[in-house]
Design a protein around this ligand. Structure first.
Ligand code: PMP
Length: 394
């Protein structure tokens, strides 16, 4: 085997977990909705999806996707730049800008690409990117792709950010990059302080609001939650969570968005979001506007689970978002806990390094019923001794 490929043969981490019967990834669901899913014919309560508003299986969203496929085809077979642009993409941009309160929007094929497009489109060698240590992988990849100088600041630590900006002596452009809601811990960024620091040092701020958009402040997201939409020049979004589809967007001023339209390689050199996905996102946005109860329901469901899990003795993060992390100890303890919960019919996500420190990431939706939640609580109660016992021993 060539030198390059030798690492594949010696890579045993996944194989070891499979051999031990503990492998928690790439499982397939035979059926799913936002409340339950079926795996190999068995029903599990879904406490591990990002379908926060329950829209991915909403009949109106599914119908919009089917009708768009029938009208425009299954794919656009080209980038928006050349031959893959539909009236649907343009309409979605106008409606997103209007809903989120920014002058303009640019729709890309995924949220990952929205971050690549925005960051690598705007920054280059000679610029400096200051990025939160817990920022999403797509933001890190985007920063690296840009070839700008990268510096990390401690998670949510605005004093560290300010100190680094004060000491940098950097003369080029400076971009500060944060998540609105951190995807693994479910905590918010301290946006008012970050905005102040950026203003003090003349830095541009980008907030990735993948997990806040559609959820916080009647869906208007983290920046609106803090009343700071006008103060944040760049916001990125995904449609793969609250919007129940696939796609992403960058929001900002007209001239910035127009610049990205012609300079964001992740937009220009990749096929546009499919008609089905674009129409689904548009329909989700309409429903989000008309049915703000969904944002209240997802917050209530997550708060209920956070309370119940804490009462059972789990350390279940203190945030106020649909993401409720559960501390499980080390890698092996996390894999064991995940498997025990599956046996009890509860689906959660096993998070391991390098994504984050080991934990179970649980997340909730607006359409889970009390019965779904109580089944999940019963599952966590049934495995409590073994999970917390393993965790203490670890
Ligand atoms: N940003 C954050 C914070 C995310 O959690 C994700 C998805 N996990 C993305 C960006 C990428 O979004 P997408 O799935 O649309 O590529």
């Amino acid at each position: 085997m060539s030198l390059l490929l030798q690492k594949c043969a010696s890579y045993t981490r996944a194989r070891d977990a499979r051999d031990a019967g503990l492998y928690p990834y790439f499982l397939n669901f035979d059926e799913r909705d936002a409340g339950v899913a079926r795996m190999a014919g068995r029903e599990v309560v879904m406490c591990g999806s990002n379908d926060y508003l329950g829209l991915s299986t909403d009949p109106r969203v599914v119908t919009a996707a089917a009708e768009a496929s029938a009208r425009y085809g299954a794919g656009c077979t080209g980038s928006r730049f050349l031959n893959g642009n539909l009236d649907l993409h343009d309409r979605l941009e106008r409606e997103l800008a209007d809903f989120f309160g920014k002058p303009a929007a640019l729709v890309l094929t995924t949220g990952y690409q929205a971050n690549l497009g925005a960051i690598a489109g705007l920054c280059g060698p000679g610029d400096l990117i200051l990025i939160d240590k817990e920022a999403h992988a797509s933001l890190i990849d985007a920063a690296r792709l840009s070839r700008a100088k990268i510096q990390w600041f401690a998670h949510n630590d605005t004093a560290d950010l300010a100190g680094k900006l004060r000491r940098t002596g950097h003369r080029g452009g400076v971009l500060v990059v944060v998540d609105g809601v951190y995807s693994m811990e479910g905590d918010l960024c301290p946006l008012p302080e970050i905005v102040d620091v950026c203003e003090e040092f003349g830095a541009t701020l980008l907030v990735d609001d993948a997990h806040g958009a559609g959820v916080l402040d009647k869906g208007r997201g983290t920046c609106s939650h803090f009343g700071l939409t006008d103060e944040v020049p760049l916001i990125t979004l995904t449609f793969s969570k609250a919007f129940g589809s696939i796609g992403g967007a960058v929001l900002g001023d007209e001239e910035v968005i127009d610049y990205l339209r012609h300079n964001a390689r992740a937009l220009m050199f990749s096929a546009s979001a499919s008609p089905a996905n674009t129409a689904a996102a548009l329909e989700s946005l309409r429903i989000l506007r008309d049915e703000p109860w969904r944002c209240t329901a997802v917050a209530d469901n997550a708060a209920y689970m956070r309370r119940e899990l804490t009462a059972l003795g789990y350390r279940a993060g203190a945030g106020a978002t649909p993401i409720v992390p559960v501390d499980t100890g080390d890698v092996l303890a996390t894999l064991h806990a995940w498997n025990l919960l599956i046996e009890e019919g509860v689906y959660v996500n096993a998070v391991l390094p390098p994504a984050a420190s080991p934990r179970l990431r649980t997340s909730y939706t607006a359409v889970q019923t009390q019965e779904h939640l109580d089944r999940a609580v019963a599952g966590f109660a049934a495995v409590r001794e073994r999970v917390l016992g393993v965790s203490v021993a670890a």
